[in-house]
Design a protein around this ligand. Sequence first.
Ligand code: SAM
Length: 299
Amino acid sequence: MEQSPGLAIRPKGAKEAVDGFRGLASPLALEASWLCPVAIGKSRLPVRVKRRGEKLFLEGSAMGVDHSGRRVRQMFGQIAWRYDFLNHLLSFGVDYRWRQQVVCRVPPRPGVPILDICTGTADLALAYWRAGGGKVPVVGVDFCRPMLHQAWQKCRRCGATGIRLLEADAAALPFGSNLFQIVCVAFGLRNVQVPERALEEMVRVCRPGGWVVILEFSMPRPGLLRTLYRWYFRWILPRIGQALAPNQFEAYHYLPTSVGEFPPEAYWTEQMAAAGLQHVSAQPLTFGIATLYVGQKLS
Ligand SMILES: C[S@@+](CC[C@H](N)C(=O)[O-])C[C@H]1O[C@@H](n2cnc3c(N)ncnc32)[C@H](O)[C@@H]1O
């Protein structure tokens, strides 16, 4: 397997825990240091950073140790190589349109950087990068290295060299406050152990007047479509997913379960307002299969 620079990705990395990385700071991490007032370690020595009364340890990458996220990280690590293919197949390609709708709803402005958390294979980061004509700096963060490796390869194929990728936990973003014009996440918040914490972080790093954008699966309103959707989600999708991307975590069973457990719209709009966002809205997409949440940080 070809390696992304500085990332010690093993050929069978998708099946192995990536928690134990203790190498030199990855260039991916260093590349992002231009917007990171928090110094990212350049040596093997741990860098201790105090922020908001907490201690965040950065060692070799910008990711704090989060044992609770290990399972999610390993699960995505195992399916990373098939993630894009299955995403587009199982959604009948509609996921492209949803990301496009995000970009149209909250378009980029020149100059100020954009952050995509839980970036996975960087589809939303790429959508923003294209919408900005390749001139707006875009940063993608994820805590799963095999997903970042796929992202890196895809960005390179697309010539999107302006996208910076960084290994970091969404619940402890290694950026200073008030930096990004848009902070977005697509289908990621549901996977974070404490999604409210990630939302707080999104708001913190967003500039006053900037936008926080969340695209997430949801349940269509009761009716025939919902019945069909549930049947597909519960019986068909997990089988196809497991057959095409075998993994020990049953990732495509986890998908409908996690969507079912994700709190409804009203909860999230309330959380967004409580986190310091105004003009909060939730727009159902494709009969409510996905929902686009948008809010503007108070100036
Ligand atoms: C379903 S994928 C979504 C990827 C991409 N945003 C998309 O639209 O296809 C969820 C991603 O969130 C990442 N993730 C989950 N929890 C995370 C956390 N606490 N910090 C950073 N990334 C996380 C996973 O590694 C995975 O790549």
